[in-house]
Write a protein that binds this ligand. Structure first.
Ligand code: SAH
Length: 467
């Protein structure tokens, strides 16, 4: 079970506090600060409670707790040192469907109070769900040092101007950009100096000169799967995006890092399953950018390696839309590194070639003689369905049937698996490979024997005759 976090509006709402000693004082303080009407049931009032009573900030209902006290309160807090009494209060509250917090007893709580970093009106709450208050407190301290003291002032001014800014800037995305620019600039300095007039003048000036932005598109390479392989540019882009159009190949772990309220649109296609056609994707990129949005086109690996990023960039260039390219770790680099296969090696491979399994264009054959040369590593993307054909052609054009090969599935992911064998086995290996899979052909594959560092699975290879 995990707690559901809420911030409750207690202003002018009645709260029952049972107990009026030292611990109850702390509870009363925060309840009073939230504007609650605190009603107290307690044997005896501490001097502080007496003072509050004189100031008419609390009401003393009586010496003994009665269940009827719960009738018209919003929630209850049991803060006595009498365990049995606390239990009675909790059970009575449960029976009436009222929230109840009992000091120092998680079993007797239907709500708990988090550790708070208070930059009112900004509040950050930290809770361990009652498992470790010490850990929650440590995090609170760490966050305390991160959140500038003037954050609250900035929020208060923003709150006062919100309606005016809304009237001046119609689009939500544009408005967000306005606030982000404002908070990143001199406004923040003035707020930190406590100069509210200057901060508001700055806000007014920026609002007067606000220019609606043209949107932009960032073609971002997400890498082969492991989120740790994202570049800093990629991370910044996906955290600033209004809209993210992503491929099926982008891992869940990476999608979890996208800004929470961005629109996420799957344009994923895997061999055979074309969810949204390329033309439709191109159209969406242009449309969203023309609406002024920050669009991220998030692609597996690198956008310019067998990713149609080139075509998308051409469409954007033709439409006059500003765009940027963020390269990513392509599968050939990521999957081989994690499989312990160096793409080149002084002894056995002086070059590496990346090809796609769909290498025939308009029925034209690729240059198989070049592809079959020895002393090079051949990496085949999207090739598992064409493995038999590729194998036959390579052997026919001179590559030895005993050339070491590997098929790397789910490269760089926790479920990475690798099969190694000989070129003649490749069709059988490809047939049983999970996708996405990359085929690697060349002597360097044998280095995996000594360079296997990642905790992946080595799958058994089918016997030769299966090919
Ligand atoms: N732009 C991508 C490639 C897209 S083509 C890049 O630069 O990596 C899709 C092919 O890439 C898949 O068919 C597969 O061959 C390969 N691929 C992508 N991610 C992979 C991964 N994690 N493991 C193995 N192969 C992968």
């Amino acid at each position: 079970m995990s707690h559901y976090p809420i911030f409750a509006d207690l202003n002018r709402r009645a709260v029952l506090l049972v107990g009026a000693g030292h611990i109850a004082e702390r509870k009363a303080e925060s309840l009073l600060a939230a504007g609650a009407q605190v009603r107290v049931a307690a044997e005896k009032l501490s001097p502080r409670f007496e003072e509050w009573q004189r100031q008419q900030r609390i009401i003393w209902l009586g010496k003994t707790f009665q269940t009827a006290f719960l009738d018209d309160v919003f929630l209850a807090v049991a803060a006595t040192d009498d365990h049995e009494l606390n239990r009675q209060v909790f059970q009575a509250a449960e029976a009436r469907g009222k929230f109840c917090n009992t000091v120092d007893n998680l079993d007797l709580c239907s709500f708990i109070v988090p550790a708070v970093i208070d930059r009112s009106p900004i509040k950050i709450a930290v809770s361990s769900g009652g498992t470790s208050p010490v850990l929650a407190r440590q995090w609170r301290q760490a966050i305390e040092t991160l959140v500038p003291l003037h954050t609250g002032k900035m929020a208060a001014i923003a709150g006062a101007w919100r309606t005016r800014v809304k009237q001046a800037i119609g689009s939500t995305a544009e408005r967000r950009r306005f606030w982000e620019n404002l908070f990143a600039g001199r406004f923040s300095t003035f707020a930190a100096q406590g100069d509210q007039a200057a901060a508001e003048a700055e806000l007014q000036a920026q609002l007067n000169h606000w220019q609606p932005n043209r949107g932009e598109v960032v073609l971002v390479g997400a890498g082969p799967g492991d989120a740790g392989l994202l570049t800093l540019h990629a991370l910044q882009a996906i955290q600033a995006a209004d809209v993210v159009l992503y491929d099926a190949l982008v891992s869940d772990e990476i999608m979890a890092m996208v800004r929470k309220d961005a629109d996420k649109i799957s344009v994923g296609k895997r061999a055979g399953a074309h969810h949204v056609q390329q033309e439709a994707t191109n159209r969406l990129l242009v449309e969203y950018a023309n609406e002024g949005k920050r669009v991220v086109r998030l692609k597996g690996g690198d956008p310019f390696v067998f990713g149609r990023g080139g075509e998308e960039a051409q469409v954007l260039a033709e439409a006059g839309i500003p765009y940027r390219i963020v390269p990513g770790v392509t599968a050939a680099l990521g999957a081989t590194a994690y499989a312990g296969i160096p793409l080149t090696h002084r002894d056995s491979a002086q070059s590496a070639l990346f090809i796609t399994g769909h290498c025939r264009r308009n029925g034209e054959e690729p240059d198989w003689r070049t592809l079959a040369l020895s002393n090079q590593t051949l990496v085949v993307y999207m090739g598992t369905l064409k493995a038999a054909d590729i194998t036959a052609k390579l052997i026919e054009h001179g590559r030895s049937a005993d050339t070491p090969v590997a098929v790397v599935s789910n490269g760089t992911l926790p479920n990475q698996s690798v099969q190694t064998g000989r070129l003649k086995d490749l069709p059988a290996m490809a047939a049983q490979a999970e996708r996405p899979a990359l085929m690697v052909i060349g002597e360097v594959v044998t280095l995996r024997g000594s360079l296997r560092w990642y905790g992946d699975r080595e799958l058994p290879t089918q016997p030769e005759q299966a090919a």
